[in-house]
Design a protein around this ligand. Structure first.
Ligand SMILES: [Zn+2]
Length: 120
């Protein structure tokens, strides 16, 4: 069995986001959507309904691509919704889909980076 996704990525997520994200996950606010060999989409019900993507194509090289359409993510490139989905991935036993064993750096998905560049 592989290392959990939470243990590989918690150091990249501030305490505040982890605390609230974990509470969201426990409250059943995460709905997993499409899951492929490379990524998954999820919805998290917060103040609004947010779309989260976790992409582990580059996880073997220590990089986890993340995305969320909430206002905090647009500023901080991390948020409680992303953490809620990471916890859900572990709880659902899906962390085995993510390659590698090392600590992961979290970075916005390339689609997000393109969007930000266009807006700048
Ligand atoms: Zn978010």
């Amino acid at each position: 069995m592989r290392k959990s996704l939470t243990s590989r990525s918690y150091h990249e997520v501030p305490d505040h986001d982890r605390g609230r994200g974990s509470a969201y996950q426990r409250a059943g606010r995460v709905r997993l959507g499409e899951i492929t060999a490379e990524r998954l989409d999820a919805r998290v019900l917060g103040t609004s309904r947010y779309a989260v993507t976790i992409d582990w194509q580059e996880a073997g090289a220590g990089l986890l691509r993340i995305d969320c359409d909430c206002p905090r993510f647009a500023e901080a490139a991390v948020c409680k919704h992303v953490w809620a989905v990471i916890v859900e991935i572990d709880e659902e036993g899906l962390s085995d889909l993510v390659p590698g064993e090392s600590s992961l750096r979290l970075a916005p998905s390339t689609a997000f980076a393109r969007c930000r560049t266009r807006m700048a």
